[in-house]
Design a protein around this ligand. Structure first.
Ligand SMILES: Nc1ncnc2c1ncn2[C@@H]1O[C@H](COP(=O)(O)OP(=O)(O)OP(=O)(O)O)[C@@H](O)[C@H]1O
Ligand SMILES: [Mg+2]
Length: 258
């Protein structure tokens, strides 16, 4: 395995607010990494810096040996809420990435259709977003991010708006897609079981200032199916991460009320 992403001494201030302090991380090519932590610990900020959408105050993000200064086609971003264009069809929404890159030929179209099939939207190419369920819209979002064929996939709570069942289906779908293409993934979630289920490593962030509290390696066998969530090993991982976050939240709450 080779190093894909390297983050060193990353700090971020928003005025007087220290959003991130001293984040350091090395991600191998093809690794699946999740980031969990209480609200406001800087998860989104971290992901936006890696995406090149937000500058760091100090420190660097290096992808394939190059310092990140702006967004690029090597990174695909999936947000919490789908941001599909309502007047475009599913296919045309999924083609936005390649279009921006100036690639709209039959080859791109065929590839995008294959991706829609991969995310289970075969036959829905000509539907409009309003004709789709939330889960389907989020899958179009995923296909759109994959359509630029990014080497690094950055996902910020992509399944947060979905109901529990759809969410679990999307988790297995995402793993299936990841097993096929082995992209490097940075995945932000509030849901600890989701992070454990998907990841090779779970980064637990703490608040005030936002920082990396612990990096938990998930040594569960792959490929994984939903049944693994009931195993004692799985439950022990979730429990361990819960405690880390709970302690942090409790300390924060106590400090804020004295
Ligand atoms: N553009 C901004 N300007 C000022 N402060 C900001 C900005 N973006 C984020 N912050 C602050 O930085 C801190 C971290 O925010 P961030 O959105 O990264 O947290 P988060 O971990 O993603 O939270 P959540 O789990 O609620 O999504 C918060 O205190 C937030 O108020
Ligand atoms: Mg966030």
């Amino acid at each position: 395995m080779t190093r894909k992403v390297e983050v060193t001494g990353l700090n971020k201030w928003f005025g007087d607010l220290e959003a991130l302090r001293g984040i350091a991380l090395e991600v191998e090519r093809g690794e699946f990494i999740s980031v969990v932590g209480p609200s406001g610990c800087g998860k989104t900020t971290f992901l936006r810096i890696v995406a090149g959408l937000e500058p760091a105050s100090s420190g660097t993000v290096i992808i394939d040996g190059r310092v990140v200064t702006k967004p690029g086609n090597d990174r695909g971003f999936v947000f919490q809420t789908d941001n599909l264009l309502p007047w475009r069809t599913v296919l045309s929404n999924a083609m936005i990435g390649p279009e921006v890159g100036g690639r709209t030929g039959p080859e791109e179209k065929r590839r995008t259709l294959d991706l829609l099939k991969l995310v289970g939207l075969d036959g829905f190419e000509n539907y409009y977003p309003r004709q789709l369920s939330g889960g389907m819209r989020q899958r179009v979002n995923l296909a759109r991010a994959l359509a630029i064929d990014p080497e690094v996939l950055l996902m910020d709570e992509p399944f947060a708006s979905l109901d529990a069942q759809t969410r679990e289906i999307m988790q297995t779908e995402l793993l299936r897609i990841w097993e096929q293409g082995r992209k490097t993934v940075l995945f932000v979630t509030h849901q600890i079981d989701e992070a454990v289920f998907l990841s090779d490593r779970v980064l637990v962030f703490a608040r005030r200032p936002g920082r990396l509290q612990e990096c938990v390696e998930i040594k569960l066998p792959r490929p994984r199916s939903l049944g693994i969530k009931r195993t004692p090993e799985f439950v022990a991982y979730v429990d361990h991460i819960w405690r880390l976050i709970e302690d942090d939240v409790r300390t924060a709450v106590i400090h804020e009320h004295v």
